[in-house]
Design a protein. Structure first.
Length: 156
């Protein structure tokens, strides 16, 4: 399943059960898939490790949506706020596949491998738009979901 498809499936289920939930972030792990050119990373994620985090508005709680072993959405409610996150929207104009394509065009085919991908706000004063964060701390890249700008330092 692709990152954004998983996000929207969980989002629909969460909002059906918790109508006052506000989206914070989605995180998954990219996996390689086979295509005519060999193995590649195309936005497909490991659904067993995919999580979407929400603020339960006015309740000081957090809900995390994920998939169970048969692909059904499950919920976990935490009785405390999810600190250091900013409410945003899961409805962004750029898919994870698009973000990966931007990175490949700029840096080459091997820039994105299996590993983490997160859709969220950069935690920095004055940041108004969410980004995809792709990779680990050692090789992290960001892509702005509205402008497509890559690896822009925080606050710029």
């Amino acid at each position: 399943m692709k990152f954004n498809e998983a996000l929207l499936r969980i989002n629909e289920a969460v909002l059906k059960k918790y109508s006052n939930a506000a989206f914070y972030e989605a995180q998954g792990f990219l996996v390689e898939v086979e295509n005519e050119n060999g193995k590649t990373v195309d936005g497909t994620i490991d659904t067993a490790q995919f999580r979407v985090v929400y603020n339960l508005m006015e309740q000081n709680k957090t809900v995390i949506g994920s998939f169970n072993e048969v692909g059904k959405v499950k919920f976990e409610v935490i009785n405390e706020p999810w600190l250091e996150d900013i409410v945003t929207t899961p409805y962004v104009p750029m898919t994870a596949e698009d973000a990966i394509d931007f990175l490949v065009k700029k840096y080459g085919d091997n820039v994105v491998g299996e590993g983490p991908i997160t859709l969220r706000h950069q935690l920095y004063p004055g940041e108004a738009e969410p980004r995809y964060f792709i990779g680990t701390l050692a090789d992290l890249h960001t892509v702005n979901v509205y402008t497509g700008k890559i690896d822009v330092p925080a606050g710029e």
